[in-house]
Design a protein around this ligand. Structure first.
Ligand code: GCB
Length: 634
């Protein structure tokens, strides 16, 4: 017995929330890209709120002595020549001037940022228009009343990368509190000079700045605000549209187009449901084609003029769980996956379409079908590519290594989870939501914290299971794992545990995972395992950091995975990591983390071939057996 959605039920499976759609250009909608070189001014590291106090937003930053330029999108850290810029903690300022044409006066203008890490204060023509906390997710603000047409407008963004905001912060996230004068966050340790050492509880570089595109989005005065479309493997679908103001006799026309551009559904309602005969399903790579449909929403005036149009791509597919397996469209899905990073030389975590394209091409070459957006939501462009390519994705909130569970954290975590689900809800490639990576959930108080997150995710979206990725905890001391729909575990046997003991790996991995399974009786995925290696460092017999060691460790772990699969214990595996990536400086990292099977410039190491052989051999097993049909968990 599995979860089978009926068309009436589908309506109950998504709770509408208001937010922002991905940008789109069409016969009505347009936008001006504000990407490019912005004026850039860095405040001295940890200098309180110098710029805000002195109202820098009223000034022309390009006249400052230390003004330079910075490309958007990009992290700023690696583009200078000084460690001060690379390791900067505190405020930096961005400014761009733009003439808005007279002809655009008819539009409502929204200033949209796809990701600013981590705290942003936005000004238009010296007026504060919004603030936003938390990187990796888009935000926008209606700036129509602040703009001037036919002359230059000044867009100013103050960005603060203090680590209290880098992941879900500890304590109060009011930005005033994070100035150097009164920081109380766990991640900041006081140095004798009064400066702060900003040490994150995570293993990746604290890249900061305006990391993804900025646009001035031009919409009609009445416009389509949000669209929810839920469609399952039976061909049932439910959709709902939010319109900014549905008065003045405006009407909505909804159509669904198939991949031949034929209309397969039509209605005049803002919400509705239906059943499509012979719907072509969205499948992950290896299981079938990732068929996509388009829901077109048109807003019309009473005399039939088109006011607004939005076209949302979606797919028919169902994710469900049995006690041991994840099913997609009722068929067993085995994840052949990767932990990754949005990381590359120079641009850091800045969106880079070249790197994205290479990464997804390499993932396909490896025989992969899946990845987790470790350790934060990835770019919107990538989510669309996952749909098109049939790559299944577990999307993760930016909550890494949580150690404390106060209410203020919880509130922000809930907000970011909500925003993340809202951004990615219509992507068929998104198969699950990950609430956190490696929280220290031995503490009793973590239980209510995680319960609220599970309830939030389920409260909005009942079509996808929820998980958390466990690392520091074990099957017998974790306080939260039973709340999850399925469980992800990171394990480093042969590396952080029992270095050098290749022959122990198989048994250790097998027993560790079996105990999680026995305890919780839920599907399990191994979401991290692996070892560092330096390209070209060859040692036979292998030693740590050699290419041989990484490759052998992976192979030994696979022996355990084979046994675990046979025993119906795991429903997927993900290597850590796809490619080498930059981290902060510590004694265990030599210019970053080298657990990539590719180098940071995306060249294959020996381990890439070991993994590729395995993934390709399993990838071709298109018809995996159904292990248990008795118990439906989700
Ligand atoms: C982990 C973390 C990941 C690290 C990795 C490592 O458990 O989830 O962020 O990069 O270990 O290489 O230590």
């Amino acid at each position: 017995m599995f979860l089978i959605f009926g068309s009436i039920l589908l309506a109950l499976y998504f709770e509408p929330i208001l937010s922002i759609l991905a940008v789109q250009k069409n016969e009505i909608r347009t936008y001006e890209s504000l990407d490019g070189l912005w004026t850039f001014v860095r405040e001295p590291t940890n200098y309180g709120d110098l710029g805000i106090t002195n109202e820098w937003y009223s000034n022309d930053l390009s006249k400052f002595d230390n003004a330079t330029v910075m490309p958007v999108p990009s992290a700023y850290n690696d583009l200078g020549t000084s460690s001060e810029l690379r390791d900067h903690i505190g405020w930096v300022w961005y400014e761009k001037k733009e003439i808005i044409p007279f002809r655009d006066q008819q539009f409502r203008h929204f200033l949209r940022f796809a990701s600013v890490n981590y705290f942003a204060v936005v000004y238009v023509n010296s007026q504060k228009v919004t603030t936003h906390v938390g990187g990796h997710l888009p935000f926008e603000v209606d700036v129509s009343q602040y703009l001037k047409f036919g002359i230059e407008n000044k867009f100013t963004v103050a960005v603060n990368n203090t680590l209290s905001w880098a992941t879900i912060p500890q304590g109060d996230f009011n930005y005033q509190k994070a100035s150097s004068r009164n920081i109380s966050g766990r991640m900041l340790s006081r140095l004798p000079s009064g400066a702060f050492k900003d040490v994150g509880n995570f293993d990746f570089f604290n890249y900061a700045g305006i990391l993804r595109s900025v646009q001035l989005v031009k919409l009609p005065s009445s416009y389509i605000e949000n669209i929810i479309i839920v469609a399952d493997h039976t061909g049932s679908f439910y959709y709902e549209t939010a319109i900014s103001d549905l008065n003045n006799g405006l009407v909505v026309e909804s159509k669904i187009f198939d991949d031949n551009n034929l209309v397969v559904f039509k209605s005049n309602s803002t919400k509705g449901e239906g059943q499509l005969e012979n719907a072509k399903l969205w499948w992950p790579r290896g299981m079938g084609k990732p068929n996509l449909y388009i829901l077109e929403i048109t807003l019309l005036s009473s005399d039939g003029q088109v006011v607004d149009v939005y076209r949302e791509t979606f797919g028919f597919r169902t994710v469900s769980l049995t006690e041991s397996q994840m099913l997609i469209n009722q068929k067993p899905f085995y994840c052949l996956g990767f932990g990754m990073h949005e990381d590359f030389e120079l641009s850091g975590r800045g969106f880079n379409q070249v790197v994205m394209t290479k990464d997804l091409n390499l993932l396909e070459w490896m025989g992969g079908n899946c990845y987790r957006t470790t350790h934060y939501p990835y770019a919107e462009e990538r989510m669309a590519e996952n749909d098109r390519r049939g790559i299944a994705v577990i999307v993760e909130t930016p909550a890494v290594g949580l150690k404390g569970f106060p209410k203020a954290n919880n509130n922000l975590h809930i907000k970011m989870l909500t925003d993340m689900i809202d951004r990615d809800k219509n992507h068929p490639s998104v198969i699950a939501w990950s609430l956190a990576n490696e929280p220290v959930t031995k503490k009793k108080e973590s239980r209510n914290y995680f319960r609220s997150l599970v309830e939030t995710a389920h409260g909005i979206d009942r079509t996808r299971p929820v998980t958390t990725v466990y690392g520091p905890t074990n099957f017998d001391d974790d306080q939260t794992a039973d709340l999850m729909d399925f469980i992800c575990v990171n394990r480093y046997y042969g590396w952080y545990i029992d270095m050098g003991q290749m022959e122990w790996i198989n048994q250790s991995v097998y027993w560790d995972l079996s105990l999680w399974k026995e305890t919780f009786k839920k599907p399990l995925m191994v979401t991290e395992y692996g070892a560092d290696s330096i390209l070209g460092l060859n040692q036979e017999p292998s030693v740590d950091f050699s290419e041989q060691y990484q490759s052998e460790l992976i192979h030994q772990t696979h022996l355990a995975f084979d046994a675990l699969r046979k025993d119906h214990t795991i429903t997927g595996e993900m290597i850590w990591n796809f490619a080498d990536f930059m981290t902060g400086m510590t004694t265990t990292r030599a210019v970053g983390n080298h657990k990539g099977v590719f180098t940071r410039t995306r060249q294959a190491k020996m381990a890439a071939y070991t993994l590729r052989n395995r993934y390709l051999s399993l990838f071709n097993q298109t018809d995996l057996p159904l292990w248990d049909t008795k118990k439906q968990l989700y």
